[in-house]
Design a protein around this ligand. Structure first.
Ligand SMILES: Nc1ncnc2c1ncn2[C@@H]1O[C@H](COP(=O)(O)OP(=O)(O)OP(=O)(O)O)[C@@H](O)[C@H]1O
Ligand SMILES: [Mg+2]
Length: 383
């Protein structure tokens, strides 16, 4: 049984199955008829994403940005679930996986929408889908994606699982697993806060705020509109942010200073949310910064946060932290390594590993028992 983590974020859609990683902008556009292809640019599995799903064709990600007449993204949770999640998730699964057999999916929702949207999210993507990938050389490949079981967890918990579990879903960091952890996941739209104490999810310290990077991008876009009279869509700002230079109609605009001011402001807003939310949780052992936005804000954020903050490694793309954790958790939940371990050689005889010898295809009630035995019964709360 293949297990895949899927994270449909407001900025980027990510998928990971332990081998393949997929990332593309959460951008959907109409499929136009391209009469001439130059084949000079770089080719990757996500550079020319043209798909057909349920008799409708779309360009996705960068391809939509470059070639569609109308490319759409959303910053609205309702719209994301209704109009975007299915297309983006099935496309990501289709690129990531190479099987027509059933796959199990772990995915996430912002903490604040977990209760409201879990069921709908599952209904959107569960079942059998046929998706066609149209390649630039005219060859089409139709894939059957059969999503069997789906487990939805709070998004930032993915980042914790990514640190705690190894690729096989075994606990690799027992020290972290036995701590009280706070995670701050800064994405494109949302900043999610969550507390995980000895492998228990703590609702009280978990919340979703609208303080993602897109707020900063809106300030850049407003300023640039005032100066150039051009309305810049937020998803077109990613590629200019690093250099701070943007060329509009031949004229260069430097947003470096503005960026510093805006990021400083955003970081202090996030830090004060954190201090308020975790006021009584002064016993947090370790704070984990995660999500793509944390890379950009880390230098402004760290001085504002009191506590033991794990520095963001320079060589990893923090946008993948949640989805990698989803996949690892899927391996833990449905994988079979835990079932065959000799107790003497099994390194973790902790709360999270006391499993029963169940097959992976058992009914939900068995899942329930398994999770209870692992001390992770909270994970079913939202079902
Ligand atoms: N190489 C990169 N390319 C583009 N953006 C990057 C890169 N590295 C970091 N970022 C930052 O990552 C952010 C997106 O992070 P992430 O993928 O975690 O968000 P998301 O999950 O799509 O959003 P949300 O959690 O709000 O739904 C961007 O806003 C950008 O600031
Ligand atoms: Mg995210």
């Amino acid at each position: 049984m293949e297990i895949v983590g899927i994270d449909v974020g407001f900025g980027f859609t990510k998928a990971y199955n332990g081998k393949n990683s997929v990332i593309f902008k959460s951008l959907i556009g109409d499929a136009t008829d391209i009469q001439f292809r130059s084949f000079l640019g770089e080719e990757s599995s996500t550079s020319n994403l043209h798909i057909t799903l349920n008799d409708k064709s779309y360009f996705l990600g960068n391809y939509a940005e470059q070639q569609s007449n109308i490319a759409e993204f959303t910053l609205d949770q309702e719209k994301l679930i209704e109009n975007f999640v299915k297309i983006l998730a099935i496309a990501a699964a289709g690129i990531c996986c190479n099987t027509a057999g059933p796959i199990n999916v772990v995915t996430g929702l912002p903490v604040g929408y977990l209760k409201r949207d879990s069921r709908r999210l599952k209904e959107m993507i569960q079942g059998i889908h046929e998706i066609t990938f149209h390649t630039a050389n005219g060859r089409d490949e139709t894939k059957r994606i059969h999503i069997d079981k789906i487990h939805v967890i709070p998004q930032p918990i993915g980042s914790i699982f990514n640190l705690i579990f190894d690729e096989f879903g075994k606990i690799k960091d027992k020290n972290l697993a036995s701590q009280k952890l706070g995670v701050v996941d800064i994405g494109f739209k949302t900043t999610d806060f969550s507390i995980f104490d000895h492998l228990q999810y703590i609702e009280r310290g978990s919340s979703t705020m609208d303080t993602g990077i897109s707020k900063c991008f809106s300030v850049f876009a407003n300023k640039l509109r005032q100066e150039s009279n051009i309305n810049i869509e937020l998803y077109r700002i990613f590629k200019f942010v690093k250099s701070g230079m943007i060329k509009i109609k031949g004229k260069e605009y430097n947003i470096t200073n503005l960026k510093k001011r805006v990021y400083t402001h955003a970081a202090s807003a996030i830090a004060s949310d954190l201090n308020r939310l975790w006021e009584n949780d002064w016993d947090i052992d370790t704070i984990i910064l995660s999500g793509g936005g944390s890379v950009e804000l880390s230098e402004y954020l760290s001085p504002n946060i009191e506590g033991n903050v794990i520095p963001i490694p320079k060589d990893v793309d923090a946008r993948f932290n949640n989805v990698q954790g989803y996949c690892k958790f899927g391996k833990y939940k449905w994988g079979n390594t835990k079932l065959t371990q000799d107790p003497k050689t099994n390194p973790e005889n902790s709360t999270a590993s006391q499993t029963t010898d169940e097959s992976t295809d058992d009914a939900e009630s068995t899942d329930h028992k398994e999770e209870k035995a692992k001390g992770l019964s909270w994970l079913r709360r939202q079902n």
